[in-house]
Design a protein around this ligand. Structure first.
Ligand code: ADP
Ligand code: ZN
Length: 632
């Protein structure tokens, strides 16, 4: 270890106040920052929006040298660097999108010690050229962002991350801080081991996101259900709609656009240029809906994403949590909504069975899916289940802000229907040596004389018509829950139903199967509107906190309009200038001097210099648009 003189923590607090304009550290930030500025390694687990960036940005600013940030988010590096420069931080990036001359400039800045922060892509760091470059300058720390990408069993694995274990060997005296918003105990261990961070201090924040309302609904008419959600609860809001396939993304983006909701597609089948354009528009324009595969979203730091909707079942709880976590980074009320049905279970099981992976891979995928299904079928609090998955305890047994807490689902004893269904599958196999999909078994139970029933003379089976007491949708619920519980399985190209080892316990009456009854959508909404705590009118797109006075609304809207024009002129996202939260605080305070404006959280020195006069003019009711914002 080099024995440099200790850096006082007051310098970190000074940077927090002066550069970022925040009065104090949040949660564990102070502890983490202190640990890293004194040269310690850290593994930081914090939910999205928790404030991870400051944990490495401030140490990079107060330690001598440049902080090297390893990030897989090449398409977002320009935005990240722009945001830091707006704060007056000297930042730049190196990645494959730059040409030779651009790279040379950045390299020269680094070697000359002119950078506080340098973002690099993991694949770049693996090259001897970049490694030699880093040897020529002074490095204050390595920050490994999105550290879960090193986990091979996770949902975002990037092979280039494996090479990052060499950082420790090559630069043993440089502190390393790895950060991620997702990690079960297993993934956490894997990150620590693969990045050689086993002796690093681990900081684990609560993963709870209290402002996100989790809802999982039965999927019957997904398009109509989605439209209903957006029109009644999120008119004019920005949000993300996740679909499993590219075709489904295209279809739903068109559908929303045709219904008057501005929506853009994003998936790996689009050209890199279109993807980049759509992403930039989503970040820069207000109220756009992004319809995307999971290829979209990592590192998106847009603070006002008001909803994340899943039209297909995510493959794991970790993935689901990561994706839904993109809602509500600003702490304001937001919705995580998932529509899920029998077909999802069938499709995902089939995908696992027919995958190229070996047995270990398939087992791992199956256990991830089982955990996701358990979350969908639970009759207890969703938040509690989610947190339990990350080995954390919920603040209380009922959170009051998820569908099961707001409108507790009824459960009913489904043992007898389950037996009827399983014995239909059993009889088809035993008496006819046939296997069919769910639809045929349900038609048989309902006593429907369809062409297919007549053709196979299934009306002669003893189970024909014995299930007429339930509706078709209820039967589909029974099949879905049997599949989720492993009492039934699907097989082969036609997704035929087959019994499992566990089926006999149901048939012999050894287990009681309590099932979740679907809740009609209207009832749920009636339950949520009162407790979501937002008194927003259907016209106002940005969720206003309950304590925001209506008198301040007009000034807030004027400040937003001013911000939009500056953002457009400078080609940066509006939230890089000021967050809604900061604009609201300004609208309430109505500052009349730069000093007064500087007391608002989120207004640091550089932003005060750049935008202060403009903001004061807007507050006075003048139009600052004719003039340029003051130069740096
Ligand atoms: P993460 O990377 O963990 O998702 P960010 O670092 O982007 O989260 O921080 C989330 C938001 O919280 C950002 O808008 C950031 O400016 C804000 N923030 C972070 N730390 C503080 C703090 N100490 N005080 C006020 N706001 C903060
Ligand atoms: Zn709950």
């Amino acid at each position: 270890m080099t024995s440099a003189p200790a850096i006082p923590v007051s310098r970190a607090i000074d940077a927090l106040n002066r550069i970022f304009g925040y009065p104090e550290f949040r949660g564990q930030q102070r502890e983490i920052v202190e640990h890293v500025i004194s040269g310690g390694d850290a593994l930081v687990l914090m939910p999205t929006g928790g404030g991870k960036s400051l944990c490495y940005q401030i140490p990079a600013l107060v330690r001598p040298g440049t902080g090297v940030v390893i990030s897989p988010l090449i398409a977002l590096m320009q935005d990240q660097v722009d945001a830091l420069r707006t704060l007056g931080v000297r930042a730049n990036f190196l990645n494959s999108t730059q040409d030779f001359d651009e790279r040379r400039l950045v390299e020269a800045e680094f070697v000359a010690g002119e950078l506080d922060l340098l973002y690099v892509a993991p694949e770049g760091l693996g090259t001897p050229a970049v490694q030699r470059l880093l040897d020529r300058g002074e490095i204050s720390l390595f920050a490994i962002d999105e550290a879960h990408c090193v986990s091979q069993w996770g949902h975002d694995f990037r092979p280039d991350y494996l090479a990052l274990s060499m950082l420790h060997e090559r630069w043993p005296d440089v502190p390393r801080i790895a950060l991620t918003a997702t990690a079960t105990t297993t993934t956490r261990g894997e990150i620590a081991e693969r990045l050689r961070l086993t002796s690093a201090r681990h900081f684990t924040a609560s993963f709870d996101r209290p402002n996100i309302q989790y809802r999982i609904v039965g999927k019957n008419e997904p398009k109509r259900q989605l439209l209903d959600l957006l029109r009644t609860e999120h008119p004019g809001d920005a949000g993300i709609v996740y679909c499993l396939s590219r075709a489904s993304v295209d279809k739903h983006a068109e559908f929303l656009s045709a219904n008057g909701i501005p929506a853009l597609p994003y998936h790996a089948g689009l050209s890199p240029q279109t993807r980049q354009e759509n992403q930039a528009r989503f970040l820069r324009e207000d109220g756009l809906v992004m319809v995307a595969t999971i290829a979209f979203g990592m590192g998106i730091d847009k603070p006002d994403v008001r909803f994340v909707a899943h039209l297909d079942l995510p493959k794991s709880v970790e993935g689901y949590y990561q994706e839904t976590g993109r809602a509500g980074r600003d702490g304001l009320p937001s919705t995580a909504w998932l529509a899920y049905g029998l077909q999802d279970v069938v499709q995902q099981r089939k995908m696992i069975d027919s995958s190229e992976g070996d047995l270990a891979f398939r087992r791992n995928a199956a256990s991830h899916l089982d955990a996701m299904l358990a979350l969908c079928e639970t009759v207890s609090c969703r938040r509690e289940r989610l947190l339990a998955y990350f080995d954390q305890e919920a603040p209380s047994a009922r959170c009051g802000n998820c569908d099961t807490c707001l409108a507790p689902p009824e459960s009913w004893d489904g043992t007898v229907p389950a037996q009827k269904l399983l014995s239909t599958v059993f009889r088809l196999k035993k008496e006819r040596n046939q296997k069919f999909g769910a639809g045929q078994s349900i038609d048989i139970l309902l006593g429907k004389r369809t062409d297919k029933v007549s053709q196979f003379r299934h009306d002669e089976l003893s189970v024909f018509g014995i299930g007429a007491d339930l509706r078709d949708t209820e039967w589909r619920g029974v099949v879905r829950q049997l599949l989720a519980g492993g009492y039934l399985a699907v097989e082969g190209e036609y997704s035929t139903l087959v019994l499992t080892d566990r089926s006999s316990s149901v048939l012999r009456g050894e287990v009681t199967l309590m099932m979740r009854r679907e809740i009609p959508a209207q009832r749920l909404r009636a339950g949520t509107s009162s407790s979501a705590g937002s008194s927003r009118s259907s016209r106002a797109p940005a969720a206003a906190p309950a304590d925001f006075p209506a008198e301040a609304e007009p000034l807030f809207e004027r400040l937003r309009a001013w911000r939009a024009s500056i953002a457009k002129a400078q080609a940066i996202p509006p939230y890089v200038i000021f967050h809604d939260k900061t604009l609201r605080a300004i609208a309430v305070l109505e500052p009349s001097s730069l000093d007064q404006l500087g007391t608002v959280s989120g207004v640091g020195q550089s932003k005060l210099t750049k935008f202060g006069d403009d903001v004061l003019a807007v507050v006075r009711g003048e139009d600052p648009s004719g003039e340029e914002p003051s130069a740096e």
